[in-house]
Design a protein around this ligand. Structure first.
Ligand SMILES: [Zn+2]
Ligand SMILES: [Zn+2]
Length: 343
């Protein structure tokens, strides 16, 4: 089979490989669409510690079952499936609560497309327990975004929504655009988006944002404050930079909830106003990955058309073009929001 192997920093090589052999509890999935994730790019560019080449990346995966292991009973050959990539131990205290995203096994870094070969290949192996059958009439490209949606669902499930809620989303990349739609579903009254890129601001409006702001404008802080209530807003930081983390706290009014969703690689943010957290009774909430339940919810929201992921898929590539796809996402060229490798 063809496989795109990450062989060195900024190098992916398309090679011929044997089809993976299955363990009794695994299935062989014919890879049909894979979302290019920020984590893939971090690994590709050598900014992700702990993983060394060679490795077939690709964890935002879906496809058709080509073969099943001898103990597998929950799915069958030909089924269309999405693959929850998190490999969990089932015995630690987090797994026992169903919170596989916090599994302590191997520091929680066991993932298809990370600790074992992933979906940027014609076929890949997965434990059968990680599969969810696609029953709705959705494309594989849409199915590849189940992972992308499951993460914001986990974050949003941690916070309380009032019926007259004002929600600020900082950063309108794929997660931010999904936060807009999820906030709408949760019944938010006003959704405010902060995003420097014009294309993303326009897409935010299409997704249901009521107000969009460009943070690079000098009158930004003054104008955004006109649309914010005095108290209790939800601020979602989905850009993952130190500046946006600082901004999320600056925009929070008394008794607001700040959701730190973006992962700031230099996670010590200078100027973080802990005094404000105390004096204004802020709640700061973190969120990482998703549980199997969040994953199932994400699939169901896409299948039932309550969340529209199509406008997020700005680019599709085939496996031979994977280098081009990675460079595009890495450089953030051509207004890319989400690139999908489709086979
Ligand atoms: Zn991902
Ligand atoms: Zn565990």
């Amino acid at each position: 089979m063809k496989a795109a192997v990450w062989v060195a920093v900024e190098k992916i090589k398309l090679v011929e490989r044997d089809i993976p052999t299955l363990r009794n509890y695994e299935v062989l999935v014919k890879s049909r669409a894979v979302g290019v994730c920020g984590t893939d790019i971090h690994i590709f560019t050598g900014q992700y510690p702990g993983l060394n080449p060679p490795r077939v990346l690709g964890h935002e995966a879906c496809g058709e079952i080509a073969k099943i292991g001898s103990d597998v009973t929950n799915v069958d050959i030909g089924d269309r499936v999405v693959v929850d990539p998190i490999l969990w131990c089932g015995t630690c205290s987090f797994c026992k609560k169903g919170q596989y995203n916090l599994c302590t096994l191997n520091g929680g870094k066991r993932l298809i497309g990370y600790s074992q070969d992933g979906a940027y290949a014609e076929f890949f192996a997965s434990p059968a327990t990680n599969l969810h059958r696609i029953t709705g009439n959705i494309s594989f490209e849409e199915a590849a975004l189940v992972d992308t949606l499951a993460c914001p669902i986990n974050a949003i499930s941690k916070i309380k929504f009032n019926l007259n809620e004002t929600v600020i989303v900082i950063g309108a990349g794929s997660a931010g655009l999904l936060f807009i739609q999820l906030a709408k579903l949760k019944g938010a009254q006003t959704i405010v988006v902060v995003e420097p890129n014009e294309f993303r601001r326009n897409t935010s409006t299409k997704m249901g944002a009521d107000h969009v702001f460009d943070p690079s404008r000098s009158d930004f802080i003054e104008t955004i404050k006109h649309v914010l209530p005095e108290d209790e807003i939800i601020v979602i930081e989905a850009a993952g930079t130190s500046e946006s983390a600082r901004l999320s706290l600056e925009l929070a009014s008394k008794q607001s909830t700040v959701v730190q969703y973006g992962y700031v690689s230099d996670s010590f943010v200078d100027g973080f106003d802990l005094g404000k957290v105390v004096l204004q009774e802020l709640r700061v909430v973190g969120s990482v990955g998703y549980t199997a339940w969040n994953y199932k919810e994400a699939l169901s929201l896409i299948e039932s058309n309550r969340i529209n992921v199509k406008p997020l898929i700005t680019h599709t590539f085939n496996l031979e073009q994977i280098h081009e796809a990675f460079q595009l996402v890495h450089m953030q060229h051509d207004n890319v929001i989400k690139a999908v490798i489709s086979q």
